[in-house]
Design a protein around this ligand. Structure first.
Ligand SMILES: [Zn+2]
Length: 175
């Protein structure tokens, strides 16, 4: 098992260009598990235990001295197709950039972020809850009404051909 829960000093993490990678199971993410279970009554325990979230968190300080975090997530979850009500793999590849604000609450709104579309502001914290962050981001990224893009209503073969999630993560980090 991973060392959970997972808290970081996000400012120190960025200053030291630290790197954190691992995977979570649904047992680590009770809110997300509840969401998936509500929609996936038919999912067997076998497919449920295969559900996994791979994450890579990279701290960085840019040339301007801004403290940044990059979070890459790949989910291998199971949900229910809202059209055929069959099990459906929910594979999300998500990337987030955070700018850590080393300021008090009142100053946060005054910060003018370049490319603010690309960065979400995070308050500097000595105990930033990484699992809660990952869980929140996945919940927000989940489709409201997932449907099979292809082969809806047919048996889905999940064997073989699966890309190695860690190989994919490596590609993400290189970008
Ligand atoms: Zn379907």
């Amino acid at each position: 098992m991973n060392k959970l829960p997972l808290f970081i000093d996000n400012l120190a993490f960025s200053k030291k260009n630290e790197h954190l990678a691992g995977s979570l199971s649904l047992a680590d993410c009770p809110r997300l598990r509840e969401l998936l279970q509500q929609s996936t009554k038919s999912a067997s325990e076998n497919s449920r235990s295969a559900d996994q979230i791979s994450y890579v968190l990279q701290g960085k300080t840019d040339a301007a001295g801004q403290h940044l975090l990059h979070l890459a997530l790949i989910t291998n979850l199971t949900t229910t197709c809202q059209r055929c009500l069959g099990e459906m793999p929910l594979k999300l590849t998500l990337n987030f950039n955070y700018l850590i604000a080393d300021v008090s609450d009142t100053d946060v709104e005054a910060i003018d972020i370049d490319n603010s579309d690309d960065y979400d502001l995070q308050q500097a914290s000595q105990s930033m809850d990484i699992i809660a962050l990952i869980e929140d981001e996945i919940i927000m990224a989940m489709p409201i009404a997932p449907v099979h893009e292809t082969d809806c209503g047919e048996m889905i073969t999940q064997s073989g051909e699966k890309p190695n999630p860690f190989a994919v993560l490596k590609e993400l980090v290189k970008r």
